[in-house]
Design a protein around this ligand. Structure first.
Ligand SMILES: Cc1cc2nc3c(=O)[nH]c(=O)nc-3n(C[C@H](O)[C@H](O)[C@H](O)COP(=O)(O)O)c2cc1C
Length: 190
């Protein structure tokens, strides 16, 4: 699909058809999601792919998800990998000090990767959605259940599958409308 159409067709979809996602499609999506940019090319993002019915049910309950998606992707990010990378000789500052971190780049990187999942899904005729509300999300239990290493943090759950637009209820947040381009992009100065 043409890039502009892909971007414009992307929606957070919360209702899915029962059809499973073919392994080849899943593999292509994950291969593209691996092309995210990362600070120092740290490559600190990893996914747990959950397709098994019983495991999906557990993830659904842990995250209190209503999604009936045939695939859940759990994006995980390791801050430790970035710190380790920034201690390597080409990154470490004189005096052996790590750079200051005004922005936690690892969250930027995992967001970039998730966007590739969203767009690659559309390109495959699928749809995806992110659920990451704080409060009901229990990263500790999810980590134990899925064997996620201690230094990786699960940031939420991505649902993936064939969209069921007949049943999908778009977020009421969309009623807020999109802000004007002139309030979004500020040329030369704000
Ligand atoms: C960080 C983040 C967290 C979100 N959490 C939820 C969520 O918990 N439940 C939900 O239904 N949608 C969630 N959304 C989806 C937003 O509501 C949605 O992206 C927004 O309304 C714009 O709609 P669109 O993505 O379909 O264009 C989340 C989106 C982001 C980026």
């Amino acid at each position: 699909m043409d890039f502009t159409r892909t971007v414009l067709a992307r929606r957070m979809v919360r209702a899915f058809k029962l059809d499973p996602v073919p392994r080849e499609k899943l593999k292509r999506i994950l291969s593209l999601a691996q092309h995210y940019p990362s600070a120092g090319y740290s490559q600190e993002v990893s996914y747990v792919v959950v397709t098994d019915k019983e495991k999906r049910e557990k993830v659904r309950k842990l995250r209190d998800l209503r999604s009936n998606a045939p695939v859940f992707l759990i994006p995980c990010v390791s801050e430790k990998i970035v710190h380790d990378r920034y201690h390597e000789t080409d990154k470490i500052r004189s005096g052996g000090k790590e750079i200051d971190w005004p922005i936690p780049f690892w969250y930027f990187d995992v967001g970039c990767s998730c966007m590739l999942v969203f767009l690659a899904a559309v390109n495959e005729g699928l749809a995806a959605a992110f659920a990451g509300s704080v409060g009901i999300f229990k990263p500790g239990i999810l980590r134990d259940e899925l064997g996620i290493p201690e230094h990786y943090e699960p940031v939420g759950v991505l649902s993936l599958g064939y969209p069921d637009f007949g049943k999908d209820v778009p977020s009421p947040s969309l009623n807020r409308g999109r802000r004007l381009l002139r309030d979004f992009a500020h040329y030369e100065r704000w």
